[in-house]
Design a protein around this ligand. Structure first.
Ligand SMILES: O=P(O)(O)OC[C@@H](O)[C@@H](O)c1c[nH]c2ccccc12
Length: 266
């Protein structure tokens, strides 16, 4: 547990390249004057983690209305989308709360939390402890922590998330980031197939790094993220990953429940 929460450091964002660098700069500006205090410790519910520990491959379905790579995807109503994803068999819902590039916001997360019992992930570019406090206050079960943004501060932010009772999805994209996540003591690691600095997708990244994590003795939850459009894509991580995180292909499908079910049917 963190005793002196207000000393949580701010990551050095000048090292974050490309599109990702632009997004996190703006996010850091949004929270420049926010109170960094986390407040008292909250009990760990571990609902997000538990939902992904099922024997079968779990689906984390994402409420994603827009993205830097695609622009507008679909004008989803977050509550309707969450209900449809639940009906389609999703185990958890990811909700973008980044406003400029992903058309997300606080209301989207609040609405999802209000209409479904599935655990919700706050999907944002966490660069300030207040963003974790908000995630907990808004009813999220988990928050995304990106090693490409937090680097050596990943462990501090992980402790902060746990202090607030949140699970953390610690996201990596290469070997070095995986080492940082393992070293930090992550319980849930997500491997992003998309390089957020170039936005390019390579579906071989997840299986490769997931194998590496298992070979290193990681016994936690592993999530394959991004670029999944068809059941054949999912086949590459069946028996390897605990869950897949899917946004665009579901959000843009027109029938979210059906798309979720079809995608996850082998
Ligand atoms: O839309 P896709 O390709 O199915 O990807 C979903 C999710 O993995 C992606 O939205 C994502 C993964 N990591 C992120 C970090 C920030 C913003 C978004 C993301």
């Amino acid at each position: 547990m963190l005793r002196r929460m207000s000393v949580l450091s701010t990551p050095d964002l000048t090292r974050v390249p490309g599109v990702l660098g632009r997004i996190v700069d703006l996010r850091a500006g949004d929270y420049r004057d926010a109170d960094p205090a986390l407040g008292g410790a909250r009990p760990a519910a571990r609902r997000f983690e538990a939902a992904l520990r099922a024997p079968d491959l779990s689906l984390i379905a994402e409420v994603k209305r827009a993205s830097p790579s695609q622009g507008a995807i679909a004008p989803l109503d977050p509550a309707d989308a969450a209900r449809a994803y639940a009906a389609g068999g999703a185990s958890a819902i990811s909700v973008l709360t980044e406003p400029r590039y992903f058309d997300g916001n606080r209301e989207a997360l609040l609405e999802v939390v209000a209409v479904t019992d599935l655990p919700a992930l706050r999907k944002d570019f966490v660069v300030h402890p207040a963003m974790l406090r908000e995630a907990a206050d808004w009813g999220a079960s988990a928050a995304l922590l990106m090693v490409s943004v937090l680097h050596e501060h990943t462990g501090e932010y992980l402790s902060a998330a746990h202090h607030l009772g949140l699970d953390a999805l610690v996201e990596v994209h290469d070997d070095r980031e995986l080492d940082i996540a393992l070293e930090a003591g992550a319980r849930i690691i997500g491997v992003n197939n998309r390089d957020l600095t170039t936005l390019e997708i390579d579906l071989n990244v997840s299986p490769r790094l997931i194998r590496r994590a298992r070979d290193a003795g990681f016994a936690g939850v592993l999530v394959a993220e991004s670029g999944y459009r068809a059941p054949q894509d999912i086949a590459a991580v069946r028996g390897l990953a605990d869950a897949v995180l899917v946004g665009s292909s579901l959000a843009g499908s027109g029938d979210l429940a059906r798309a979720a079910r079809d995608l996850m049917t082998p």
